[in-house]
Ligand binder design. Structure first.
Ligand SMILES: *Cc1c(COP(=O)(O)O)cnc(C)c1O
Length: 351
């Protein structure tokens, strides 16, 4: 099975399982789990923040961040393609009573001009703009990244406009690696950052929220009220520590493999457009007459899985459990489908 649906499908490696087995644990609701404490401190330090909070999922970390930063009737400037707008069940409205002001710029990127233009004037019929939300890498835009320059510009606008700035960095390590950015320099632009260990880093469970001491103090209470206080969570934190030590450097391999697949897709007669493969995500649009579900059914015959994100849109994600052999096999299958597609098209022409 070649599973390219998501980088969340990875299973813990023997080394990771061993680290989990030998973890020192305690009750984390009492703040007594040494492995969780070590992970939180290490993550905060990595991004030059004061404190961290281990969360069961990226969604939980994001929803806590929104709740701590905002009050009801306030608004967040976010991209239309963002995870909070598409895949978190509208939690921002449910938990925090806030609205999203959506931007539509290319590849999930928000520019400083867009931030400035979307700050609401002080009328009592408008929500109060409180926060800017950047997703880096942007999943639905094909793993696109912000440049350091863009981050600094938006940070400056947020400072002068008294707006909070959060990064949904579910795949932040992919971005740092691909753009050769320094984690502390990136961290210095944000009030808070959330990121996942269960994506490209290969752990079974776990995400992190980092920010100031006061922010995390309040975040702990929100995590508790949402039912996210965990007890001997050190077993999971040990997997995350193992991932930080072993699975970051290798992300380059995933990025290289994504580029190889991108090159093959560029030649495929059934592909209309591919978003540039900046990291480990390939998002592409099939030509009008080739439907995503038919393409996926064809791949499935060869034991390959990808995911449909629109009638003609398909996503493939490279990750820890995708080997070079698997990529080669995928290339052969794409070639095969391409030849079949051309033959079919010629038949239709003759008929
Ligand atoms: C996966 C993801 C999340 C969080 O997902 P969970 O499944 O809740 O861990 C948040 N933001 C982005 C951009 C993601 O890709």
């Amino acid at each position: 099975m070649i599973d390219l649906r998501s980088d969340t499908v990875t299973k813990p490696s023997p080394g990771m399982l061993d680290a989990m087995l030998h973890a020192q644990v305690g009750d984390d609701v009492f703040g007594e789990d040494p492995t969780v404490n070590e992970l939180q401190d290490r993550c905060a330090e990595l991004f030059g923040m004061q404190a961290g909070l281990f969360c069961a999922s990226g969604t939980l970390a994001n929803q806590i961040a929104i709740k701590v930063h905002t009050q009801p009737l306030e608004e967040i400037i976010a991209h239309k393609l963002s995870h909070i707008n598409n895949y978190e069940v509208g939690g921002h409205a449910f938990h925090s009573g806030v609205s999203l002001k959506l931007t539509e710029g290319a590849r999930g990127i928000i520019t400083k001009e867009e931030v400035i233009n979307n700050i609401n004037p002080d009328y009592d019929w408008l929500p109060v703009t409180r926060m800017v939300w950047l997703e880096n890498t942007c999943n639905k835009a094909g793993g696109s990244c912000f440049t350091m320059e863009q981050l600094k510009e938006i940070h400056y606008v947020c400072q002068v406009s008294h707006l909070r700035l959060h990064m949904d960095g579910a795949r932040i390590f992919n971005a740092l690696q691909a753009k050769e950015q320094d984690s502390k320099a990136v961290g210095a632009c944000f009030d808070s950052i959330s990121f996942c260990f269960s994506k490209g880093l290969g752990t079974p469970v776990g995400s992190m929220l980092v920010g100031s001491k006061e922010f995390i103090r309040r975040a702990r209470r929100i995590r508790k009220v949402m039912g996210g206080g965990m007890r001997q969570a050190g077993y999971l934190a040990a997997a995350a520590i193992y991932a930080l030590d072993h699975n970051i450097e290798r992300l380059d391999e995933d990025h290289k493999r994504a580029k190889v697949i991108e090159a093959a897709l560029q030649k495929a007669p059934f592909v209309k457009e591919i978003y540039p493969a900046e990291t480990n995500i390939l998002m592409f649009e099939l030509i009008e007459e080739c439907k995503a579900k038919d393409f996926l059914a064809e791949l499935a015959k060869h034991n390959i899985k990808a995911i449909q994100l629109g009638p003609n849109h398909v996503r493939m994600v490279t990750h820890l459990d995708i080997t070079e052999e698997m990529v080669n096999e995928l290339l052969q299958v794409l070639e095969h489908i391409g030849i079949h597609w051309r033959d079919q098209a010629n038949m239709d022409l003759i008929a």
